[in-house]
Design a binder for this molecule. Structure first.
Ligand SMILES: Cc1cc2nc3c(=O)[nH]c(=O)nc-3n(C[C@H](O)[C@H](O)[C@H](O)COP(=O)(O)OP(=O)(O)OC[C@H]3O[C@@H](n4cnc5c(N)ncnc54)[C@H](O)[C@@H]3O)c2cc1C
Length: 328
């Protein structure tokens, strides 16, 4: 049995920030994730020489607690600035004093840096949780078991609910309240172009039409130096309505609406689907903890800290503080 003080389920921004904060306090911590890489919705994909951020496109660091981490990463060359805002559909720049940041080689650069000093087990989908003798035991689909006194669950809330339902004496009222959290899906088209996109500086365009929400130029961002690569995000309502529609029809519709907005021809397009993309209705506190002090459990994520990378990071940090206190 793999045993640590704390087990963190989910190696996205929330889980990795929490785990690294606990590790720095001397707590033994392990992170497990069902994916083949770290980062969750901080995701970067390579396709035929083109590089795409296909989840989060950039992030803010308005809170001083997160800004301190981001400034350290900037000194190390892990993150870079990407302007102070983007042009909207009316042609106006929506600038503010807050800088937007990106991972130097794509958004996954940040979670990879966080995971560097952590014990992370990938391809490890947790399917069952039990509490036994003041300890949590989490079991993966293939039967790997992880034991810890403290448990942090950082997957999107519907996936967290499915996990907590496997705990034999779970709190039904708590799950009912968690069911109020709502996420919107997002359909994303990863497109390679035959020349510069022509998108306004610094390389992004926000839209609010029937089909599209965002176009982001990965070449202008600096992560796809060899190929012109644009990430196109569909509008949340369009994504919801077309989530299960045949891919070819969805690709054609998004492509037809996006092409006139670009200065170069779309050569290829690949569809990516996020079922739990952005939080539409979140929890009203930065984390949610279970009642037991003996075997503490805490839920954290962007549904708790705010619907963005920074919100996820802050939720992870705050939940880690709670966990350290609960372990005593
Ligand atoms: C298309 C898109 C665009 C976005 N754009 C932006 C943006 O521009 N700026 C911004 O700030 N935010 C943006 N966001 C939101 C941002 O990506 C998220 O708020 C943030 O990354 C959430 O981090 P997290 O760690 O809470 O969750 P996640 O990144 O979802 O991490 C959860 C992890 O849990 C793992 N997991 C789930 N179930 C299990 C299980 N049973 N066992 C083991 N592991 C499990 C998953 O594999 C995943 O790695 C965007 C999101 C999407 C999808």
């Amino acid at each position: 049995m793999n045993k640590t003080d704390v087990l963190v389920i989910g190696a996205g921004m929330t889980g990795l920030m929490a785990a690294e904060a606990l590790r720095r306090q001397g707590v033994s911590v392990r992170v497990v994730d069902k994916g083949r890489g770290v980062g969750g919705r901080m995701a970067t994909r390579r396709l035929d020489g083109a590089v795409f951020d296909h989840g989060a496109q950039f992030f803010t660091a308005e809170d001083d607690r997160f800004l301190a981490w981001v400034e350290a990463w900037q000194k190390e060359g892990v993150v870079a600035g990407w302007g102070h805002g983007f042009v909207g559909e009316n042609g106006h720049h929506r600038l503010n004093r807050h800088r937007r940041y990106v991972g130097r080689d794509g958004m996954t650069t940040v979670p990879k840096r966080l995971a560097r000093d952590l014990d992370v087990r990938l391809s490890m989908p947790i399917t069952a949780l039990i509490r036994r003798g003041g300890q949590w035991v989490a079991t993966s689909r293939d039967g790997d078991a992880f034991q810890a006194r403290g448990l942090m669950v950082t997957c999107p809330v519907p996936q967290a609910i499915a996990l907590i339902r496997t705990v034999p004496d779970h709190d039904v009222d708590f799950l009912r309240r968690l069911e109020q959290v709502v996420y919107e899906p997002c359909l994303v088209l990863l497109t390679s172009l035959d020349g510069p996109s022509g998108l306004p500086e610094p390389g992004g365009l926000r839209l609010r039409n029937r089909v599209l929400a965002w176009l982001g130029d990965n070449h202008a961002k600096g992560i796809s130096p060899r190929r012109h690569a644009v990430t196109i995000q569909a509008d949340p309502r369009f994504s919801q309505a077309h989530y299960d529609a045949p891919s070819e029809a969805v690709i054609r519709e998004i492509r037809d609406v996006a092409q006139p907005l670009l200065a170069a021809r779309i050569l290829s397009a690949q569809l990516k689907k996020w079922r739990y993309a952005e939080v539409a209705d979140g929890w009203d506190a930065p984390y949610a903890n279970g009642p037991s002090r003996e075997a503490p459990m805490v839920l954290a994520g962007d549904a708790f800290g705010g619907p963005c990378v920074e919100g996820a990071a802050l939720s992870g940090l705050t939940a880690a503080e709670w966990m350290a206190g609960a372990l005593g």
